[in-house]
Ligand binder design. Structure first.
Ligand SMILES: [Zn+2]
Length: 134
């Protein structure tokens, strides 16, 4: 018989391979197990099919666009819709749109804060004037 691990010839009734020390099974079940072991190893060494990358396809004309960024800044809703439509096929251009939207929203928030701050200070100032004029 042959060692199932190293393949060298050993005694038929040997319990252990004298070359590599692997435990041997001399009965028929052992033979079946050998085939299973080799089959398992073959499966393990077989090349795995590479999973398809998620964003494999990007349009060749995709590029970041300042124009669409400005458009999105002026019309955030349009920019957001464009981002939804383009984010799969035109990731660069979609990023320009969403950046424009975010800049627009940020400016909008800043304007609100400034307006609120001015009105609060205006109320305070008018309150002070009111109290002075009293
Ligand atoms: Zn061996």
């Amino acid at each position: 018989m042959y060692c199932y691990k190293c393949g060298r010839q050993i005694e038929d009734n040997a319990k252990f391979c004298r070359y590599c020390g692997a435990a041997q099974q001399a009965d028929a079940a052992g033979g079946q197990k050998q085939e299973d072991l080799f089959g398992f190893q073959n499966n393990q060494s077989a090349p795995q099919p590479t999973p398809p990358p998620q964003y494999s396809y990007t349009a060749p004309d995709d590029s970041s666009s300042v124009g669409f960024g400005i458009l999105s800044a002026f019309f955030p809703v349009v920019g957001f819709i464009l981002w939804l439509v383009w984010r799969d096929r035109y990731p660069q251009r979609a990023r320009s749109c969403i950046i424009g939207v975010l800049v627009s929203v940020a400016l909008y928030v800043v304007m609100i804060i400034i307006t609120v701050a001015l009105s609060v200070s205006g109320i305070l100032a008018s309150g002070m004037i009111y109290s002075y004029s009293w």
